[in-house]
Write a protein that binds this ligand. Structure first.
Ligand SMILES: *[C@@H]1O[C@H](CO)[C@@H](O)[C@H](O)[C@H]1NC(C)=O
Ligand SMILES: *[C@@H]1O[C@H](CO)[C@@H](O)[C@H](O)[C@H]1NC(C)=O
Length: 151
């Protein structure tokens, strides 16, 4: 190899490297733009985006469970005896919190909505039907009974 062809050769290598670097840069710029567009498409709170769907109708289910102390000897309690209680439950309700009357204001920069809550009984997650009868003690009345029976 002569000195001249060596230098031409290395210049060629450098140009190819520069070209590759340029292509990589352009590609990463293109990729960044695609990513930005995708993020903008998904997270902007606008009808049709994934973020809007999640915001309008939150997906992870929220459950509320209730336990009660059921008085099992109501007749005796009425005669002044101590109440015997049995814990019953859970009675499970699922909470739905959809946004309603969604209204975009000021060209999409503001949004107004009403957040309503609905509770739906979940019989498969409850021990007993929603129609179960539960007797509880009327605490203020009980306190009244007790002070009356004090010596
Ligand atoms: C609660 O107790 C009452 C009697 O006081 C009974 O009739 C009723 O079935 C009980 N409810 C449950 C859920 O066990
Ligand atoms: C919304 O945009 C329109 C035109 O694009 C404009 O005429 C109007 O004044 C804007 N309204 C608000 C509240 O910015």
């Amino acid at each position: 190899m002569s000195v001249k062809s060596c230098c031409i050769y290395s210049t060629g290598v450098i140009s190819i490297l520069t070209l590759i670097a340029g292509i990589v840069l352009v590609l990463s710029q293109v990729f960044q733009n695609i990513l930005n567009a995708k993020i903008k498409k998904e997270i902007v709170l606008r009808n049709g985006t994934h973020a809007f769907d999640v915001w309008e109708n939150p997906p992870p289910p929220v459950y509320m469970q209730f336990y009660f102390f059921n008085v099992t000897n109501p007749a005796e309690v009425l005669r002044g005896e101590r109440p015997a209680v049995l814990e019953v439950g859970p009675y499970t309700y699922r909470e739905f919190r959809p946004m309603e009357r969604v209204n975009f204001l000021e060209n999409g920069t503001k949004v107004a909505a009403v957040n309503t809550k609905t509770y739906v009984f979940q019989s498969d997650m409850s021990k007993g039907p929603e129609s179960d009868l539960i007797r509880t003690v009327n605490i203020p009345a009980m306190v009244g009974y007790n002070t009356n029976t004090l010596p």
